[in-house]
Design a protein around this ligand. Structure first.
Ligand SMILES: [Zn+2]
Length: 668
């Protein structure tokens, strides 16, 4: 790269970085990942190092951050809060340690501590009393958040002094305000319940909470703090960082127990790797490890660069968020027919793993985040969860991006999909869809469906992989010789399976309907259908009006049933199953044993919903009302009954529990 090219690239980088500083610090709405920001910053630093005469005072490398927001007052830090140089490799770690030892002497040691992913703050204590709390801001000037910080219970308003121990006249204490991971989840859960927007991550939640204009809001947030250093100090002497930490703890601050003192790069690396391993289990979020030269005299010798001290580094963990591009969006069909849009990404390393796909969950999610094919997006990977799209970087749009709609037909079998009002999940209803074969067989064989003992997940995988079963009805054609060819399948187990298959052919309509895994038709709805229609052919031919007339069956369920039986392939599979010898016992409609009886429910029943219980009563000719009167025959009492229970006792109405209710229903 020649100088002219460098000049141009430097200008581009500065403009980008200024913009992202603003988004990150002022608006608290970053549009790129931290890793990408760091990369741009390092590229700019490298270019400026190669062409020092291109450095200008307005370069982002010449100051730390961005101006504070104007609504909060500003505070000038007595000693600037420098940012730390970030490093990413063991080689850089060793280089840091070796340089420090070479320049400051063999006896240098290093304090290692977690690099918290929170909000850096500067707390000023005068005469032992908290007088000012400020954000880091641009490192020189921060925002005045004193009132807000005072609400954090782990911040001492007054330093503790044992036995008349002298306190500094003035001391600036540096720390990080954060929200613990568990408290963050709880906070978001409550916000979701209240219909409020969710925080993207604990750091954003902490930053947003600390910078509130109303400290009452801050007080209600689960903020906490760890402190790790001092800035300006007068009237007190420290000789090492380790001494600082011990003293801060004595003064009443939270200082992390896991901090250690290292004597070599090997010890530093060991701590780094052990913390990286514990990362997912820690109660707070961290994004690396900070190493500081311990002895203050050595720090003095090493000195400071424009932007960061030479006696400390932040060794970052591999990023868990990255920026990449969506090449295409495909649709995967789940084992029970759910269509899930999946983004195919330009491959990107996130936290040590190559990521090429991200789940987009459903159409609602795509619409809400306005995700388009060709978009540049921020991808996040947490734990073992499938990576997901955090947000679209709309600033990178070129106009060539294309919107995406889930198709109207299944991409695997071509069947028209089922869309349900109020449910963002779209389903392929085809019982013979190849993508669903395994899931459908497992469900068909499950205990509460056809109850085929021995036909579990592992065997189903083998049967499908070996092509012994290509369609659901094939399970009834299996033979002992075929089965014994499979791994871990002896003659005896094979015979037992065939017996179980044979036994399953005697079944009830409710079980058979449930076994077909029709979307929205669970056990209870299957029972309703069976009791109402009595015969499979009647269910197949039922109209929308007939279906919704049944108590407990709404438009969504009715549509799903109609859609299922409108598919020729589904009707054919059902016929094939019956041809294999499945006998459906006729079920008689429930007798009107409760005719003329009036029921009232109060409290929560454990094995029925209120609707189910009501439907059971009505099907037997009874009536359910909402208030107790002398004409009420039964009051059914569940957990935490209300005033109806009292009223029933006053009126002398028969009170029964859930068990007695169940007996009443089942005996009729
Ligand atoms: Zn399909």
């Amino acid at each position: 790269m020649d100088k002219e090219q460098a000049r141009q690239r430097i200008a581009e980088l500065r403009e980008e970085i200024h913009y992202h500083n603003y988004r990150y610090y002022v608006l608290d709405q970053p549009v790129i990942s931290d890793a990408e920001y760091d990369r741009m910053f390092r590229q700019l630093e490298e270019l400026e190092a190669r062409f020092p005469d291109l450095i200008t005072p307005d370069s982002p490398t010449q100051r730390v951050g961005a101006p504070p927001r104007e609504e909060l007052g500003t505070v000038v830090h007595r000693v600037p809060l420098l940012s730390l140089q970030s490093i990413y490799s063991e080689e850089e770690m060793r280089h840091f340690v070796e340089t420090a030892i070479a320049e400051a002497g063999e006896e240098v040691t290093f304090v290692a501590e977690p690099k918290y992913d929170g909000l850096a703050v500067n707390l000023t204590y005068e005469g032992g009393i908290l007088t000012v709390a400020a954000t880091r801001g641009d490192g020189f000037t921060g925002e005045d958040i004193t009132d807000n910080v005072r609400t954090i219970k782990t911040v001492p308003l007054k330093l503790l002094a044992e036995d008349g121990e002298p306190l500094p006249e003035v001391v600036e204490i540096r720390g990080e305000i954060y929200i613990p991971v568990a408290a963050f989840r709880e906070l978001n859960r409550r916000r979701e319940e209240a219909g409020e927007p969710l925080f993207a991550n604990p750091r954003n939640a902490a930053a947003g909470s600390v910078r509130q204009l109303d400290s009452a809001i801050t007080a209600a947030r689960p903020l906490n703090i760890y402190v790790y250093g001092v800035g300006a100090v007068s009237g007190y002497e420290f000789s090492s960082e380790w001494e600082v930490l011990q003293t801060l703890r004595r003064w009443g601050f939270r200082v992390d127990e896991c901090n250690v003192l290292c004597r070599s790069s090997a010890e530093c690396l060991e701590f780094y790797h052990s913390l990286a391993q514990q990362r997912e289990q820690l109660p707070y979020e961290i994004d690396g490890v900070v190493f500081k030269v311990n002895e203050l005299a050595a720090q003095q010798k090493l000195g400071t660069r424009t932007r960061s001290p030479r006696w400390a580094v932040a060794y970052k963990f591999p990023a868990r968020q990255e920026t990449t591009r969506i090449r295409d969006i495909i649709v995967s069909v789940g084992r029970m027919g759910a269509l899930t849009p999946v983004a195919l990404l330009e491959p990107v390393q996130i936290g040590g793993a190559m990521v090429q796909r991200a789940s987009l969950h459903n159409q609602d999610e795509i619409d809400r985040k306005d995700i388009r094919i060709g978009d540049t997006v921020i991808i996040e990977r947490a734990g073992d969860v499938i990576p997901h799209v955090v947000k679209v970087v709309t600033e990178r749009r070129t106009g060539a991006e294309r919107k995406f709609r889930l198709p109207d037909t299944c991409p695997v079998c071509g069947t028209e999909v089922l869309r349900t009002e109020g449910d963002p999940i779209v389903h392929c209803p085809n019982i013979d869809c190849p993508a669903q074969l395994r899931g459908r067989i497992e469900h068909f064989a499950s205990r509460r469906a056809m109850d085929i003992e021995g036909l579990g997940e592992k065997l189903v995988v083998q049967l499908v992989a070996s092509n012994l079963v290509r369609h659901l009805p094939d399970i009834y054609d299996l033979t002992v010789p075929q089965l014994t060819c499979l791994e871990r399948m002896g003659e005896k187990s094979a015979q037992n399976l065939l017996k179980a298959l044979e036994a399953s052919k005697q079944t009830t309509l409710a079980r058979f309907l449930y076994a077909l895994s029709i979307v929205h038709v669970g056990e209870y709805v299957a029972r309703l259908l069976a009791e109402h229609f009595g015969a499979l052919s009647a269910v197949e031919q039922a109209s929308y009006d007939e279906l919704v007339a049944i108590a407990g069956i709404g438009p969504e369920i009715a549509n799903s049933i109609l859609h299922f039986f409108s598919q020729e392939r589904n009707r054919q599979i059902v016929r094939e199953l019956l041809d294999k010898g499945i006998q459906i016992r006729q079920e008689e409609a429930a007798a009107a044993t409760l005719a003329g009886k009036t029921f009232v429910f109060t409290g929560v029943l454990s094995s029925f919903t209120r609707e189910e219980a009501t439907a059971q009563v009505e099907r037997r000719g009874g009536r359910v009302t909402s208030s107790v009167s002398s004409r009420t025959d039964y009051v059914v009492v569940g957990e935490n009954p209300g005033s109806k229970y009292q009223r029933a006792q006053e009126l002398g109405v028969t009170v029964i529990g859930e068990e007695e209710f169940r007996e009443l229903i089942e005996s009729s």
